[in-house]
Write a new protein. Sequence first.
Length: 254
Amino acid sequence: MSRLLANKVALITGASSGIGQATVRRFAREGATVIALARRRERLEELAREYPGVTPFACDVTDHAALEQCVRQAVTPHGRIDVLVNNAGFSYYQRHTDSTLEQWRQTMAVNLEAYYVLAQLVVPHMIRQRYGRIVNVSSTQALASEPLVGAYAASKGGINAWSRTLAVDLAEYGILVNVVAPGCIHTEMSTIHGVDETTTPDFQEWYVRRRKIPLARPGQPEEVANAILFLSGDQCTYITGHTLVVDGGLTITF
Ligand SMILES: NC(=O)c1ccc[n+]([C@@H]2O[C@H](COP(=O)([O-])OP(=O)(O)OC[C@H]3O[C@@H](n4cnc5c(N)ncnc54)[C@H](OP(=O)(O)O)[C@@H]3O)[C@@H](O)[C@H]2O)c1
């Protein structure tokens, strides 16, 4: 059986855990050569031992010189880069009145600015190839609101709006740009102040028993990776500027 990403070169950020890690594994199994970027080098090296097609690149996404080096390292041996998955992200939980401008700026630097910088770096290669797929991971926090996550929600809303414009800008070069917006996914990010949010009585009552999430469970990272895979491959040919919500129905309910 032919593999969905055979001969493709992909760069995936936030690759050391959760959605990014699941995406690296999924892409590698589909035959892609993957450059896996995150700060925790040992996690990336584990992935590389698991899948020979994976090359680790350890850096902080706010280090733009390192991002430049990463893209160069990805393109040089293969002569191309087909897929960029911008996925690295973080959140902090604070009321607006207690939050600081520094927290806001750090959130934008990781969740939004780094996405832009990486797109700047890969797009010239994609234009040369007349082929590319960019998948930006945002969040349902960009579509509906909760308290304490203002900067995060703003950064994710920025991803959605920017991605639509980027899709228009790059369409003539055969580059498709889409967004995956996960809802509540069971990853390290769902542990807040040391508590796995998906196991709390409140979560179980509201999201599961009362079905605020109609599918009545948190999602798994692999379920988001499948959506990213679809938007990253040759089976995606007539979809661009789209936000694909992967949330078990969370945002369709009151
Ligand atoms: N889990 C959810 O419920 C959920 C819902 C909606 C959206 N999302 C989004 O999905 C994406 C992945 O999150 P996740 O749930 O998989 O969380 P996660 O397990 O905490 O993964 C976050 C990834 O981002 C990397 N990262 C964070 N800051 C970084 C930095 N400054 N430089 C480089 N890498 C950095 C982390 O690696 P290192 O620490 O090794 O650098 C890690 O690999 C994020 O954009 C998140 O906003 C998640």
